[in-house]
Design a protein around this ligand. Structure first.
Ligand code: SAM
Length: 265
């Protein structure tokens, strides 16, 4: 019972309770009421990482009722909106203009706008634009709300089942420069907990080679490819076996690699 009492069913943007029914005479004269508007603020909305069904009812409601949508790629988000029959005014918001958009964002919210921000996939601010917006809006004393959704990091960690340790470290993308990547692998190794890396199809074999050369051929790697999509694949193998696998299997798509702690000697 206590647990139930702690669940907040009323978020700040919950629709207002339904108004008492109009009398038939009044209803014919009054305009059709529009959906209750969202309170002004920034809404960071989680979107699918592949499977379009992975979006919450709350996310759809926010996207439908926001005054303005900031999207990492407006064409990409346009497809998601079209899938759900949502029409919304959109502006781009990506790593090349996020700084420049800050003033506009704060100004719009001050003027009463509810601005929803989405990235191409998953949670904004997780290896994606969104963090600067959240910080700027909060610094301006305006409300920031997150609408949680899928993220590749949490999906992969859940799948990996890292039962021996309650903690993990999220690194995201490693530096592209070889020397920095190799140095960083040693720093991450010292953490002695599972480390979550994001990787692209172009560098996945490079990463496998680097792990083998820097941390040894027995280091287990959990590799999740194309999570939530048709060709989802998960493997738990050391570097040489992974290389052998990819010699005969596709390595197209997106990857999460979890660097697991060294096996006990
Ligand atoms: N904001 C996203 C999130 O919450 O996970 C991450 C965006 S980041 C630019 C994209 C990277 O996330 C990909 O290169 C890949 O490493 C990982 N990723 C995203 N979707 C994925 C998927 N469906 N399967 C595996 N990895 C994925």
């Amino acid at each position: 019972m206590e647990d139930f009492e702690q669940i907040h069913v009323d978020s700040p943007e919950s629709p207002a309770p339904a108004a008492p029914a109009e009398t038939p005479a009044a209803a014919t004269e009054a305009p059709v009421p529009s959906p209750s508007p969202l309170p002004p603020g920034l809404y960071l909305v989680g979107t699918p990482i592949g499977n379009l069904e992975d979006i919450t009812l709350r996310a759809l409601r926010i996207l439908r009722s926001a005054t303005l949508l900031l999207a990492e790629d407006t064409r990409h988000t346009g497809l998601l909106l079209a899938h759900y029959g949502i029409k919304a005014p959109m502006l781009s918001y990506h790593k090349f203009n996020e700084r420049a958009r800050e003033a506009l964002l704060v100004e719009k919210i001050r003027a009463g706008a509810a601005v929803a921000l989405v990235s191409d996939a998953g949670m904004p601010g997780i290896s994606d634009p969104g963090a600067r917006a959240a910080a700027a809006v909060r610094a301006a004393g305006l409300p920031v709300t997150a609408i949680p959704g899928p993220s590749a990091v949490t999906t992969a960690i859940a799948l990996a089942g890292c039962a021996t340790t309650p903690s993990f470290f999220f690194e995201g993308f490693l530096d592209h420069k070889t020397a920095a990547r190799r140095r960083r692998l040693h720093e991450l190794d010292a953490l002695a907990c599972p480390v979550v890396l994001y990787e692209s199809t172009h560098r996945i074999l490079k990463l496998v080679d680097e792990v083998e050369e820097e941390l040894g051929p027995d280091r287990p790697l959990f590799v999740a490819r194309e999570l939530t999509k048709k060709f989802e694949e998960t493997l738990l193998l050391p570097p040489p076996a992974l290389r052998a696998h990819y010699a005969t299997h596709s390595r197209k798509g997106e990857f999460v690699v979890i660097l697991l702690p060294a096996p006990l000697a």
